[in-house]
Design a protein around this ligand. Sequence first.
Ligand code: EPU
Length: 419
Amino acid sequence: MDKYLINGGKVLSGEIEISGSKNASLPLLFASILSDEKITINNVPDLKDIQTCCSLLEVLGVSVIREGSTIHLCGKELNSYEAPYELVSTMRASVLVMGPLLARIGKAKVSLPGGCSLGARPINLHLDFFRTLGAKVNLIHGYVEIECGNMNGTDYHFDQKTVTGTMNALFLAVLTPGTTIMHNCALEPEVVELCLLLKSMGANIRGEGSETIIVQGVSILHGTEYRVIPDRIECGTIMIAAAITYGKIRLKSCNPKHMTALMRKLITAGVDIEYDHEGRTISIDAKNKYNGTSISTQPYPGFPTDLQAQYMALMSLANGTTIITENIFENRFMHVSELKRMGANLIIQGNTVVVTGVEYLSGAKVMATDIRAGAGLILAALRAKGETEISRIYHVERGYEHIEKKLSSLGASIRRVIE
Ligand code: EPU
Protein backbone atom coordinates (compact mmCIF):
# COMPACT_ATOMS: atom_id res chain seq x y z
CA MET A 1 0.00 0.00 0.00
CA ASP A 2 1.23 3.51 -0.83
CA LYS A 3 2.53 5.72 1.98
CA TYR A 4 3.68 9.21 2.80
CA LEU A 5 7.10 9.66 4.40
CA ILE A 6 7.34 13.00 6.15
CA ASN A 7 10.34 14.54 7.88
CA GLY A 8 9.06 17.12 10.32
CA GLY A 9 10.48 20.45 11.40
CA LYS A 10 10.46 22.44 8.16
CA VAL A 11 8.93 25.93 8.33
CA LEU A 12 6.40 26.20 5.48
CA SER A 13 6.38 29.38 3.42
CA GLY A 14 5.24 30.69 0.05
CA GLU A 15 2.04 30.94 -1.99
CA ILE A 16 -0.47 28.27 -2.89
CA GLU A 17 -3.62 27.99 -5.04
CA ILE A 18 -6.64 26.35 -3.44
CA SER A 19 -8.35 23.72 -5.62
CA GLY A 20 -12.04 23.43 -6.43
CA SER A 21 -14.19 21.90 -3.70
CA LYS A 22 -14.75 18.14 -3.64
CA ASN A 23 -18.03 18.35 -1.73
CA ALA A 24 -19.36 21.12 -3.98
CA SER A 25 -18.32 19.30 -7.19
CA LEU A 26 -20.11 16.03 -6.41
CA PRO A 27 -23.70 17.38 -6.34
CA LEU A 28 -23.02 19.62 -9.36
CA LEU A 29 -21.88 16.58 -11.36
CA PHE A 30 -24.88 14.50 -10.21
CA ALA A 31 -27.17 17.33 -11.38
CA SER A 32 -26.38 16.22 -14.97
CA ILE A 33 -28.92 13.40 -14.43
CA LEU A 34 -31.71 15.99 -14.28
CA SER A 35 -31.51 17.18 -17.89
CA ASP A 36 -30.99 15.81 -21.38
CA GLU A 37 -28.94 18.90 -22.28
CA LYS A 38 -25.18 19.45 -21.86
CA ILE A 39 -23.75 20.56 -18.52
CA THR A 40 -20.17 21.83 -18.15
CA ILE A 41 -18.56 22.06 -14.73
CA ASN A 42 -15.27 23.98 -14.37
CA ASN A 43 -12.62 23.92 -11.62
CA VAL A 44 -13.28 20.29 -10.64
CA PRO A 45 -10.41 18.81 -8.56
CA ASP A 46 -8.54 15.72 -9.72
CA LEU A 47 -9.55 13.29 -6.95
CA LYS A 48 -10.52 9.65 -6.47
CA ASP A 49 -14.04 10.63 -5.31
CA ILE A 50 -14.57 12.64 -8.50
CA GLN A 51 -13.50 9.60 -10.57
CA THR A 52 -15.95 7.41 -8.60
CA CYS A 53 -18.72 9.95 -9.22
CA CYS A 54 -17.96 10.01 -12.98
CA SER A 55 -17.87 6.18 -13.12
CA LEU A 56 -21.27 6.03 -11.44
CA LEU A 57 -22.72 8.59 -13.86
CA GLU A 58 -21.38 6.53 -16.79
CA VAL A 59 -22.97 3.36 -15.37
CA LEU A 60 -26.29 5.26 -15.44
CA GLY A 61 -25.76 6.26 -19.07
CA VAL A 62 -24.57 9.86 -18.62
CA SER A 63 -21.75 10.75 -21.02
CA VAL A 64 -18.72 12.20 -19.20
CA ILE A 65 -15.76 13.90 -20.88
CA ARG A 66 -12.94 15.28 -18.75
CA GLU A 67 -10.61 18.00 -20.10
CA GLY A 68 -8.23 19.02 -17.31
CA SER A 69 -10.31 20.58 -14.56
CA THR A 70 -13.41 20.86 -16.78
CA ILE A 71 -15.99 18.08 -17.01
CA HIS A 72 -18.60 17.97 -19.79
CA LEU A 73 -21.67 15.85 -19.06
CA CYS A 74 -24.80 14.92 -20.95
CA GLY A 75 -27.72 12.96 -19.49
CA LYS A 76 -29.57 12.50 -22.81
CA GLU A 77 -28.89 8.73 -22.97
CA LEU A 78 -29.67 8.03 -19.29
CA ASN A 79 -30.61 4.34 -19.33
CA SER A 80 -30.28 2.93 -15.81
CA TYR A 81 -31.56 3.79 -12.35
CA GLU A 82 -29.32 1.47 -10.33
CA ALA A 83 -26.28 2.56 -8.27
CA PRO A 84 -24.38 -0.68 -7.56
CA TYR A 85 -22.84 -1.76 -4.25
CA GLU A 86 -19.28 -1.64 -5.67
CA LEU A 87 -19.45 2.13 -6.25
CA VAL A 88 -21.62 3.18 -3.29
CA SER A 89 -19.37 1.25 -0.89
CA THR A 90 -16.31 3.26 -2.03
CA MET A 91 -18.10 6.63 -1.79
CA ARG A 92 -21.14 7.29 0.40
CA ALA A 93 -21.93 10.50 -1.50
CA SER A 94 -23.17 8.16 -4.29
CA VAL A 95 -26.55 8.38 -2.49
CA LEU A 96 -26.81 11.77 -4.19
CA VAL A 97 -28.07 9.96 -7.33
CA MET A 98 -31.36 9.19 -5.56
CA GLY A 99 -32.96 12.63 -5.81
CA PRO A 100 -31.98 13.25 -9.47
CA LEU A 101 -33.05 9.76 -10.64
CA LEU A 102 -36.44 10.08 -8.94
CA ALA A 103 -36.92 13.55 -10.40
CA ARG A 104 -35.97 12.54 -13.95
CA ILE A 105 -37.28 8.97 -14.33
CA GLY A 106 -39.34 8.35 -11.21
CA LYS A 107 -37.29 5.38 -9.95
CA ALA A 108 -34.01 4.71 -8.14
CA LYS A 109 -32.33 1.55 -6.88
CA VAL A 110 -29.31 2.40 -4.76
CA SER A 111 -27.14 0.19 -2.58
CA LEU A 112 -27.78 1.24 1.04
CA PRO A 113 -24.49 2.62 2.39
CA GLY A 114 -23.35 0.90 5.58
CA GLY A 115 -21.67 2.63 8.51
CA CYS A 116 -18.22 4.11 8.04
CA SER A 117 -15.31 5.11 10.24
CA LEU A 118 -17.23 8.26 11.26
CA GLY A 119 -20.24 6.34 12.64
CA ALA A 120 -23.56 4.85 11.53
CA ARG A 121 -24.45 7.74 9.15
CA PRO A 122 -28.05 6.76 8.34
CA ILE A 123 -29.95 8.27 5.38
CA ASN A 124 -33.37 8.09 7.05
CA LEU A 125 -34.02 11.82 6.52
CA HIS A 126 -33.39 11.58 2.75
CA LEU A 127 -35.87 8.69 2.55
CA ASP A 128 -38.40 10.40 4.82
CA PHE A 129 -38.41 13.42 2.50
CA PHE A 130 -38.97 11.23 -0.59
CA ARG A 131 -41.89 9.47 1.17
CA THR A 132 -43.44 12.77 2.23
CA LEU A 133 -43.51 13.92 -1.40
CA GLY A 134 -45.31 10.71 -2.38
CA ALA A 135 -42.60 8.11 -3.14
CA LYS A 136 -42.67 4.45 -2.03
CA VAL A 137 -39.46 3.22 -0.38
CA ASN A 138 -38.48 -0.46 0.05
CA LEU A 139 -35.31 -2.10 1.34
CA ILE A 140 -34.50 -5.34 -0.52
CA HIS A 141 -31.22 -7.33 -0.54
CA GLY A 142 -29.18 -4.36 0.73
CA TYR A 143 -30.65 -1.98 -1.85
CA VAL A 144 -33.10 0.88 -1.33
CA GLU A 145 -35.70 0.82 -4.08
CA ILE A 146 -37.71 4.00 -4.46
CA GLU A 147 -40.55 4.60 -6.83
CA CYS A 148 -42.47 7.82 -7.36
CA GLY A 149 -46.22 7.69 -6.88
CA ASN A 150 -48.48 10.69 -7.20
CA MET A 151 -45.85 13.33 -6.39
CA ASN A 152 -46.72 16.74 -5.03
CA GLY A 153 -44.82 19.56 -3.37
CA THR A 154 -45.44 19.95 0.36
CA ASP A 155 -44.09 21.43 3.61
CA TYR A 156 -41.21 19.46 5.10
CA HIS A 157 -39.16 19.96 8.28
CA PHE A 158 -35.78 18.22 8.58
CA ASP A 159 -35.49 16.85 12.14
CA GLN A 160 -31.75 17.41 11.94
CA LYS A 161 -29.57 19.48 9.60
CA THR A 162 -28.18 17.28 6.84
CA VAL A 163 -25.99 18.46 3.96
CA THR A 164 -26.54 15.70 1.40
CA GLY A 165 -30.11 15.20 2.69
CA THR A 166 -30.92 18.83 1.80
CA MET A 167 -29.27 18.32 -1.61
CA ASN A 168 -31.27 15.15 -2.39
CA ALA A 169 -34.46 16.97 -1.39
CA LEU A 170 -33.62 19.89 -3.69
CA PHE A 171 -32.92 17.53 -6.60
CA LEU A 172 -36.37 15.97 -6.29
CA ALA A 173 -38.29 19.14 -5.45
CA VAL A 174 -37.11 21.11 -8.52
CA LEU A 175 -38.98 18.77 -10.90
CA THR A 176 -41.93 17.93 -8.61
CA PRO A 177 -45.23 19.72 -9.36
CA GLY A 178 -46.34 22.32 -6.84
CA THR A 179 -44.52 24.17 -4.09
CA THR A 180 -42.12 22.44 -1.69
CA ILE A 181 -41.18 24.39 1.42
CA MET A 182 -38.21 22.87 3.25
CA HIS A 183 -37.47 23.92 6.83
CA ASN A 184 -34.25 23.46 8.84
CA CYS A 185 -32.14 23.11 5.68
CA ALA A 186 -28.34 22.88 5.82
CA LEU A 187 -26.64 26.26 5.30
CA GLU A 188 -23.32 24.95 3.94
CA PRO A 189 -21.86 26.85 0.94
CA GLU A 190 -21.98 23.58 -1.03
CA VAL A 191 -25.81 23.55 -0.67
CA VAL A 192 -26.01 27.18 -1.81
CA GLU A 193 -23.87 26.33 -4.87
CA LEU A 194 -26.19 23.47 -5.80
CA CYS A 195 -29.16 25.87 -5.62
CA LEU A 196 -27.36 28.38 -7.85
CA LEU A 197 -26.48 25.67 -10.40
CA LEU A 198 -30.08 24.40 -10.44
CA LYS A 199 -31.35 27.96 -10.90
CA SER A 200 -28.98 28.38 -13.85
CA MET A 201 -30.65 25.25 -15.31
CA GLY A 202 -34.08 26.86 -14.97
CA ALA A 203 -35.17 25.75 -11.47
CA ASN A 204 -37.34 28.06 -9.38
CA ILE A 205 -35.71 28.23 -5.92
CA ARG A 206 -35.85 30.91 -3.21
CA GLY A 207 -34.14 31.16 0.15
CA GLU A 208 -30.86 29.34 -0.57
CA GLY A 209 -28.37 29.96 2.27
CA SER A 210 -31.24 30.28 4.79
CA GLU A 211 -32.97 27.57 6.83
CA THR A 212 -36.13 27.73 4.73
CA ILE A 213 -35.85 26.96 1.03
CA ILE A 214 -38.90 27.30 -1.21
CA VAL A 215 -39.00 25.40 -4.49
CA GLN A 216 -41.63 25.82 -7.15
CA GLY A 217 -41.49 22.74 -9.38
CA VAL A 218 -40.79 23.21 -13.11
CA SER A 219 -41.36 20.66 -15.88
CA ILE A 220 -37.91 20.68 -17.49
CA LEU A 221 -34.32 21.73 -16.74
CA HIS A 222 -31.75 22.90 -19.30
CA GLY A 223 -28.02 22.73 -19.88
CA THR A 224 -25.60 25.14 -18.20
CA GLU A 225 -21.96 25.93 -17.41
CA TYR A 226 -20.83 26.44 -13.82
CA ARG A 227 -17.58 26.96 -11.85
CA VAL A 228 -16.95 25.09 -8.58
CA ILE A 229 -16.14 27.17 -5.46
CA PRO A 230 -12.77 26.82 -3.68
CA ASP A 231 -12.41 23.90 -1.26
CA ARG A 232 -12.87 25.40 2.21
CA ILE A 233 -11.57 22.25 3.91
CA GLU A 234 -8.37 22.15 1.84
CA CYS A 235 -8.01 25.88 2.55
CA GLY A 236 -8.42 25.31 6.32
CA THR A 237 -5.98 22.41 6.26
CA ILE A 238 -3.28 24.57 4.62
CA MET A 239 -3.98 27.41 7.07
CA ILE A 240 -3.39 24.99 9.93
CA ALA A 241 -0.24 23.71 8.18
CA ALA A 242 1.10 27.28 8.29
CA ALA A 243 0.22 27.64 11.98
CA ILE A 244 1.63 24.28 13.11
CA THR A 245 4.99 24.84 11.37
CA TYR A 246 5.24 28.54 12.49
CA GLY A 247 5.16 29.32 8.79
CA LYS A 248 4.07 32.16 6.55
CA ILE A 249 1.73 31.20 3.70
CA ARG A 250 -0.43 33.17 1.26
CA LEU A 251 -3.44 31.19 0.07
CA LYS A 252 -4.83 32.26 -3.30
CA SER A 253 -8.16 31.49 -5.06
CA CYS A 254 -9.91 30.94 -1.75
CA ASN A 255 -13.05 32.42 -0.22
CA PRO A 256 -12.31 34.08 3.15
CA LYS A 257 -16.08 34.35 3.85
CA HIS A 258 -16.28 30.56 4.12
CA MET A 259 -13.38 30.45 6.61
CA THR A 260 -14.75 32.65 9.40
CA ALA A 261 -15.11 29.97 12.10
CA LEU A 262 -11.53 28.71 11.71
CA MET A 263 -10.07 32.21 11.32
CA ARG A 264 -11.70 33.35 14.60
CA LYS A 265 -10.18 30.42 16.48
CA LEU A 266 -6.71 30.81 14.97
CA ILE A 267 -6.69 34.55 15.72
CA THR A 268 -7.76 33.86 19.33
CA ALA A 269 -4.95 31.30 19.56
CA GLY A 270 -2.45 34.01 18.55
CA VAL A 271 -1.92 33.42 14.82
CA ASP A 272 -1.69 36.52 12.57
CA ILE A 273 -4.19 36.40 9.71
CA GLU A 274 -4.98 38.90 6.97
CA TYR A 275 -7.57 38.37 4.28
CA ASP A 276 -8.83 40.11 1.19
CA HIS A 277 -12.37 39.27 0.08
CA GLU A 278 -12.00 40.90 -3.34
CA GLY A 279 -8.55 39.47 -4.04
CA ARG A 280 -9.69 36.09 -2.66
CA THR A 281 -6.53 35.62 -0.57
CA ILE A 282 -5.72 34.72 3.03
CA SER A 283 -2.24 35.30 4.53
CA ILE A 284 -1.15 33.42 7.64
CA ASP A 285 1.89 34.39 9.67
CA ALA A 286 2.55 32.15 12.65
CA LYS A 287 5.82 33.20 14.24
CA ASN A 288 4.99 32.29 17.81
CA LYS A 289 3.78 29.39 19.85
CA TYR A 290 0.00 29.64 20.03
CA ASN A 291 -2.44 29.20 22.92
CA GLY A 292 -4.92 26.38 23.45
CA THR A 293 -8.32 27.53 22.11
CA SER A 294 -11.31 25.24 22.50
CA ILE A 295 -13.73 24.38 19.69
CA SER A 296 -17.04 22.63 19.31
CA THR A 297 -18.02 21.38 15.85
CA GLN A 298 -21.36 22.61 14.49
CA PRO A 299 -23.19 22.76 11.16
CA TYR A 300 -22.13 25.75 8.99
CA PRO A 301 -21.43 28.55 9.84
CA GLY A 302 -20.04 26.85 12.98
CA PHE A 303 -16.65 25.14 13.21
CA PRO A 304 -16.60 22.34 10.56
CA THR A 305 -16.29 18.73 11.66
CA ASP A 306 -14.11 18.26 8.56
CA LEU A 307 -11.37 20.37 10.21
CA GLN A 308 -11.61 18.85 13.70
CA ALA A 309 -8.78 16.31 13.28
CA GLN A 310 -6.42 18.86 11.72
CA TYR A 311 -7.20 21.37 14.49
CA MET A 312 -6.58 18.71 17.14
CA ALA A 313 -3.10 18.11 15.68
CA LEU A 314 -2.45 21.86 15.99
CA MET A 315 -3.73 22.08 19.57
CA SER A 316 -1.66 19.07 20.65
CA LEU A 317 1.34 21.46 20.49
CA ALA A 318 -0.38 24.57 21.94
CA ASN A 319 0.16 26.24 25.32
CA GLY A 320 -2.22 24.90 27.95
CA THR A 321 -5.35 22.81 27.70
CA THR A 322 -7.91 22.72 24.88
CA ILE A 323 -11.31 21.06 24.83
CA ILE A 324 -12.42 19.71 21.46
CA THR A 325 -16.09 18.70 21.20
CA GLU A 326 -17.44 16.75 18.22
CA ASN A 327 -21.19 17.27 17.73
CA ILE A 328 -21.76 16.07 14.16
CA PHE A 329 -20.49 12.47 14.01
CA GLU A 330 -20.50 10.03 16.92
CA ASN A 331 -17.18 8.37 16.10
CA ARG A 332 -14.92 11.02 14.65
CA PHE A 333 -11.98 10.47 17.01
CA MET A 334 -10.17 7.65 15.18
CA HIS A 335 -7.13 9.93 14.78
CA VAL A 336 -6.78 10.30 18.57
CA SER A 337 -4.99 6.99 19.12
CA GLU A 338 -2.69 7.68 16.13
CA LEU A 339 -1.79 11.17 17.40
CA LYS A 340 -1.11 9.65 20.83
CA ARG A 341 1.42 7.31 19.19
CA MET A 342 3.24 10.49 18.12
CA GLY A 343 3.33 11.77 21.71
CA ALA A 344 0.16 13.90 21.89
CA ASN A 345 -1.53 14.10 25.30
CA LEU A 346 -5.19 13.43 24.53
CA ILE A 347 -7.97 12.05 26.72
CA ILE A 348 -11.34 11.09 25.22
CA GLN A 349 -14.37 11.82 27.43
CA GLY A 350 -17.57 11.00 25.53
CA ASN A 351 -17.80 13.38 22.59
CA THR A 352 -14.95 15.59 23.82
CA VAL A 353 -11.19 15.29 23.81
CA VAL A 354 -9.10 17.03 26.44
CA VAL A 355 -5.88 18.13 24.76
CA THR A 356 -2.91 19.09 26.93
CA GLY A 357 -0.26 20.74 24.80
CA VAL A 358 3.13 18.99 24.66
CA GLU A 359 6.57 20.44 23.77
CA TYR A 360 7.05 18.20 20.76
CA LEU A 361 5.62 15.28 18.81
CA SER A 362 7.83 12.51 17.50
CA GLY A 363 7.62 10.77 14.15
CA ALA A 364 6.02 7.30 14.16
CA LYS A 365 4.30 4.79 11.90
CA VAL A 366 0.61 5.76 11.80
CA MET A 367 -2.46 4.96 9.76
CA ALA A 368 -5.07 7.20 8.09
CA THR A 369 -8.64 6.08 8.85
CA ASP A 370 -10.57 8.68 6.82
CA ILE A 371 -9.81 11.69 4.63
CA ARG A 372 -9.63 14.27 7.38
CA ALA A 373 -8.04 12.04 10.04
CA GLY A 374 -5.27 11.40 7.48
CA ALA A 375 -4.89 15.16 6.94
CA GLY A 376 -4.58 15.63 10.71
CA LEU A 377 -1.74 13.09 10.79
CA ILE A 378 0.06 14.83 7.92
CA LEU A 379 -0.09 18.12 9.82
CA ALA A 380 1.21 16.52 13.03
CA ALA A 381 4.03 14.93 11.01
CA LEU A 382 5.04 18.30 9.52
CA ARG A 383 6.01 19.48 13.03
CA ALA A 384 7.11 16.17 14.58
CA LYS A 385 10.74 15.37 15.27
CA GLY A 386 12.05 12.74 12.86
CA GLU A 387 10.23 10.68 10.26
CA THR A 388 6.53 9.80 10.17
CA GLU A 389 5.23 7.06 7.91
CA ILE A 390 1.53 7.37 7.11
CA SER A 391 -0.18 4.34 5.59
CA ARG A 392 -3.63 3.93 4.00
CA ILE A 393 -3.18 7.24 2.19
CA TYR A 394 -5.87 6.28 -0.31
CA HIS A 395 -8.23 7.85 2.23
CA VAL A 396 -6.41 11.20 1.99
CA GLU A 397 -6.28 11.04 -1.80
CA ARG A 398 -10.07 10.75 -1.99
CA GLY A 399 -10.27 14.37 -0.85
CA TYR A 400 -7.00 16.29 -1.28
CA GLU A 401 -5.67 17.10 -4.75
CA HIS A 402 -1.92 16.33 -5.01
CA ILE A 403 -1.40 17.22 -1.36
CA GLU A 404 2.23 16.01 -1.27
CA LYS A 405 3.11 18.24 -4.26
CA LYS A 406 1.36 21.24 -2.75
CA LEU A 407 3.07 20.82 0.64
CA SER A 408 6.47 20.18 -1.02
CA SER A 409 6.10 23.44 -2.96
CA LEU A 410 5.81 25.20 0.43
CA GLY A 411 9.03 23.59 1.68
CA ALA A 412 7.72 20.45 3.43
CA SER A 413 9.75 17.26 3.30
CA ILE A 414 7.06 14.81 2.14
CA ARG A 415 7.44 11.90 -0.25
CA ARG A 416 4.82 9.57 -1.64
CA VAL A 417 6.20 6.04 -1.67
CA ILE A 418 4.65 3.37 -3.90
CA GLU A 419 4.80 -0.17 -2.52
N1 EPU B 1 -27.94 12.19 9.65
C1 EPU B 1 -28.97 11.37 10.04
N2 EPU B 1 -29.88 10.98 9.10
C2 EPU B 1 -29.79 11.38 7.80
C3 EPU B 1 -28.74 12.22 7.41
C4 EPU B 1 -27.81 12.62 8.36
O1 EPU B 1 -29.07 10.99 11.22
O2 EPU B 1 -30.64 10.98 7.01
C5 EPU B 1 -26.94 12.61 10.64
C6 EPU B 1 -25.54 12.06 10.33
O3 EPU B 1 -25.36 10.75 10.81
C7 EPU B 1 -24.66 13.08 11.02
C8 EPU B 1 -25.44 14.40 10.84
O4 EPU B 1 -26.79 14.01 10.56
O5 EPU B 1 -24.57 12.78 12.38
C9 EPU B 1 -24.94 15.29 9.72
O6 EPU B 1 -24.72 14.52 8.56
P1 EPU B 1 -24.87 15.12 7.09
O7 EPU B 1 -25.99 14.42 6.41
O8 EPU B 1 -24.90 16.60 7.14
O9 EPU B 1 -23.49 14.64 6.43
P2 EPU B 1 -23.30 14.17 4.95
O10 EPU B 1 -24.18 14.95 4.07
O11 EPU B 1 -23.34 12.69 4.88
C10 EPU B 1 -21.45 15.93 4.32
C11 EPU B 1 -20.05 15.88 3.79
C12 EPU B 1 -19.11 15.38 4.87
C13 EPU B 1 -19.21 16.33 6.07
C14 EPU B 1 -20.67 16.43 6.54
C15 EPU B 1 -20.88 17.41 7.67
C16 EPU B 1 -20.32 15.46 1.42
C17 EPU B 1 -20.18 14.52 0.29
N3 EPU B 1 -20.01 14.99 2.63
O12 EPU B 1 -21.78 14.59 4.68
O13 EPU B 1 -17.78 15.43 4.33
O14 EPU B 1 -18.40 15.85 7.12
O15 EPU B 1 -21.51 16.82 5.45
O16 EPU B 1 -20.47 18.68 7.27
O17 EPU B 1 -20.66 16.61 1.22
C18 EPU B 1 -15.56 14.72 4.04
O18 EPU B 1 -15.50 15.45 3.04
O19 EPU B 1 -14.54 14.17 4.54
C19 EPU B 1 -16.85 14.46 4.68
C20 EPU B 1 -17.08 13.44 5.50
